[in-house]
Design a protein around this ligand. Sequence first.
Ligand code: ADP
Ligand code: MG
Length: 601
Amino acid sequence: MTAQANISAAMALRSPASSSFWVRVLPFALLLVAALALPTLGDTYWTVIATRAAVYWVLVSGLNLIVGYAGQLAIGYVALLTIGAYTTSVLVEGNVSEPWGPFSALIAAGAIGGFFGLVVGLPALRLRTFYFAMATLGFATIVTQIALAWESVTGGGIGVPGPMMPAPFNSDTGLYYLCIGVATVATILTANVAHSRFGRGLIAIRDAEVAAEAYGISKPKLLAMVFVLAGALAGVAGGLFSSLQTYITPEAFTFELSVLFFISILIGGRSSILGPLLGTLILTVLPEIAAPLAAWSNFLYALLLLVIVLAIPGGIASLLDFGGRSPLPADRRIRPELDAVHQILAEVPQGGGISLKDLHLSFGGVKAINGVDLQIKAGQVHGLIGPNGSGKTTMLNVISGYYRPQAGSLMEDGTELPVGKPLQRAKRAFARTFQTPRMVGDTSVLKNVMAGGYTRANGTFLEAMFLSGRHRKDERRLRTMAELALRAVGLSHMAHVRADRLQHSELRFVEIARALMLQPRYLLLDEPAAGLTGDEIKRLGAIIKEISHCGTAVLLVEHHADLIFDICDHVTVLNLGTVLASGTPQEIRSHKEVVSAYLGA
Ligand code: ADP
Ligand code: MG
């Protein structure tokens, strides 16, 4: 049976709807029911407050993908609310053309918001953390200044009326239901992205950027798509905001509002939709409740933020994560199932091997690699050993495209391999692990493994947003494969545990499972046995051997001589960036220089 047939067969056994889906959706359904019932209480004041919360959430839901998922500090997002509000109001007012209808104006606000979302976001690809945060703040200042100065269109300091929505949305309650409708759509679209391979990609960029690159997750492409989506949602939110305000001036778009959006996500928690939604509700409602204590409201606000950030750094989401606190399985032994390795790799076309010639790479004055030749053959385990600092990891980084060698050639199957382009390796079925495991701590082991299959799916970002059939099929296949990969390394029992609750040794096996998602023709392992017990090393050896039996070429960087001599077909010894010896394990074991310099007596 082929690997694809194996995976299809395993998919057929799965039940169609998982119960975890309904557990996830229930709190949102309850919130929606409460929201729909609110106007029946007959209190217009609270309906208006709730409308504002819904409008804010439309913006925050998109921003959450940028801040909470991708970890980019976009702090000046009020700018996009401003742009959306003015676009809608000015178009409906007819200051630049014939007056538009409110709904067409709202759609235009979304389109213009999407464009500027991309413009504000692009600096994130060059600027890191605080520099990016400052850039977004600068943008917010510019937008306000333009709104002030461009009097003929925006009315300058006097402002412009916000549009009245057509019936039945022309009352307080009507507008409220419209905003709840849009907020519901925004929640569904962003949740669909968050739970897709793109959502896993965003989190990987945030917490394991180098690993993300190795698995073909392109940060610029992925962020660009998310910036457009978040910008479009913020633009629509701006349009609704202007209708709610009935009249807008530049003063309506304060820095405090921008902070509110940002902090809603901070107190809500990362990698969560429900947390930031509750965060937005709390921050919108809190000033109203605290109103009788007017003098104290700022104080209470600051106190809440401090308490949450200090006492529960994971935010509201971590309080709600009941599964994350459930006891771990009592028996945590790692039991690899070698037949699962075989099922994943069966009939993966063999590679022609990798051939490196006369490689040179220096860091400043340090010659990390100094004229190294290396042949890695399909179906073999090639051991790479040597003392610390001898250039093993550097070799691995050159092969995986991460480092650009200064001289030498790098061929796969007779063709030149592109250098300095790590993103392209995943498509060529190169997989790797890291000397220190690179995982996303706050998502499940299963999702971490699924992230390895990012490039093994066809559905586009839009298809993920709207849950196309092809996207759903991709997701089912990735999940089935990840379950198979976890069986292969013997960690099925940990699939739904947060990765940061695992032991170091378990993470090493998870990294191999993630590598299997690429159905690798080349597997590069950087000290996979470090920190493992003798028993675990034996199991690891069996997995690696099985992988090579399926035709994959394995490069094994290791310190444990036992493992190397047990499973390698060929061993290369590095010292100070040059090859000290190369041969079969028997030859290396009796090589005089190697024994005296490295293996010891
Ligand atoms: P090994 O994995 O065999 O322990 P490495 O390949 O990590 O060794 O390092 C080889 C040499 O290159 C060391 O002297 C190390 O300090 C140096 N080196 C590795 N990476 C870098 C880097 N990014 N910048 C500067 N020096 C580096
Ligand atoms: Mg190393």
